[in-house]
Design a protein around this ligand. Structure first.
Ligand SMILES: Nc1nc2c(ncn2[C@@H]2O[C@H](COP(=O)(O)OP(=O)(O)OP(=O)(O)O)[C@@H](O)[C@H]2O)c(=O)[nH]1
Ligand SMILES: [Mg+2]
Length: 371
């Protein structure tokens, strides 16, 4: 799918940040299966009220899209429902083949592609209603203006917008109820694990940091790990094998078992609604005794991504102490450990989940932290 991407940034944004944002946006597009044919950056301090990008720029992009046969226009920002609605209206009026999505639309589409459990499907449905709902009200308003509307049983008029809102509210309720069942099951499982004396470790981190690769290495499981954003959407739990040449199992408290969980990754600018929708999936990590924060040390934007993860953890109230795992040190240019005196950070370790370098150090650290 030929795609045009445009990112709107304030004049103050640094050159470096611009590049980083663009690389991430392009990799979201390719994760979705799109082929980026035009990348544009527009510098403006306040987005256009009506269309976010401004009608001049939009016209330009529509013309370019027409010429190159583009089907998708991705705006790398979070737009107001009315703005994205307007842009799509303009595309329709100009008979463009393109559809416009904002950043959240794109992430939701990727989530929908990767969702393979009934629970994650429900979570995405919920997040989509939250995100798309107001846009649908917008369409409802248009219909009302065209003289729509109907009467309810009591004979009182109910506008299309009201009907739409009520319908979405009911949908949301239904999904919430279904999700609650999963949430209860998860919470039962957690209680069982506690009763059986399991210690739990949750793997968290930015998307594509290597969480699933590390999970597979430590649990000998085979969760899909690939160079795509949001390859993992559900939660996987496996037993952590601590015994190896360095850590003598006899020294390790016998009978103490550790469960490791791998889950969905974080990304910048995740709207709270989206995070909330994934709450039950994230709960296994939130409620862990210890967190492993996996960091891609080869990423030039490592420090900012660490901050985004910390911020997201705060937002979901995941307060467990954590070990920072600097991954991908086999890659050239990978950075060293960022020293920190935050008391919740129990330790730092450099590893490669691919070559196995540093894994013994990590296990040793886990042992020290847990015993
Ligand atoms: N060179 C190198 N590549 C790695 C390492 N760890 C993971 N990768 C690669 O990084 C990519 C992402 O790995 P995943 O394990 O899927 O990352 P993730 O954090 O689970 O990503 P999501 O589930 O998509 O959020 C894959 O292509 C891995 O092969 C490492 O230590 N070194
Ligand atoms: Mg993963």
């Amino acid at each position: 799918m030929k795609t045009i991407i445009i990112d709107i940034v304030p004049h103050s944004e640094s050159r470096e940040n611009l590049d980083i944002r663009m690389v991430e946006l392009a990799s979201l597009v390719s994760t979705y299966g799109g082929v980026t044919i035009i990348k544009e950056v527009q510098k403006r301090d306040t987005p256009d009220y009506r269309t976010f990008i401004g009608s001049g720029k939009l016209d330009e992009l529509i013309a370019e899209g027409e010429l190159l046969g583009a089907e998708l226009l991705i705006i790398g920002n979070i737009m107001k429902p009315s703005q994205i609605y307007q842009v799509n209206e303009i595309l329709r009026e100009k008979k463009s083949k393109m559809q416009a999505w904002d950043r959240v639309d794109l992430i939701l589409k990727i989530f929908a592609q990767h969702a393979n459990s009934p629970e994650s499907k429900l979570q995405i449905e919920l997040a989509s209603i939250k995100h798309m709902g107001p846009r649908i009200y917008g369409m409802g308003m248009d219909l009302s203006r065209q003289g729509g509307g109907s009467k309810n049983a009591k004979g009182q008029g109910e506008t299309n917008t009201e009907i739409m809102k009520r319908h979405l509210r009911e949908q949301t309720e239904k999904i919430r109820e279904k999700l609650l069942v999963y949430e209860r099951t998860r919470s039962e499982h957690r209680k069982n694990r506690k009763r059986r004396g399991f210690t739990t470790i949750g793997i968290v981190g930015y998307t594509n940091a290597g969480k699933s690769t590390l999970f597979n290495l430590l649990t000998k499981k085979q969760v899909i790990a690939e160079d795509k954003l949001f390859a993992t959407l559900g939660t996987h739990v496996g037993k952590l094998y601590l015994a190896n040449d360095v850590v003598d199992e006899a020294v390790y408290e016998p009978g103490m078992q550790i469960l490791l969980s791998d889950t969905i990754g974080f990304i910048r600018d995740l709207p709270p609604n989206l995070i909330a929708a994934f709450h039950s999936t994230l709960e296994d990590s939130i409620e862990s005794d210890v967190l492993l924060h996996v960091i891609d040390a080869s990423d030039p934007n490592m420090i900012e991504k660490i901050e985004i993860v910390e911020d997201t953890l705060r937002r979901i109230e995941a307060t467990a102490p954590r070990i920072r795992v600097y991954n991908k040190v086999d890659l050239p240019g990978s950075q060293t450990i960022l020293e920190t005196d935050t008391p919740e950070i129990l330790g730092n370790v450099s590893i490669s989940a691919v070559t196995g370098e540093g894994i013994d150090d990590l296990k040793e650290l886990i042992k020290q932290v847990l015993l």
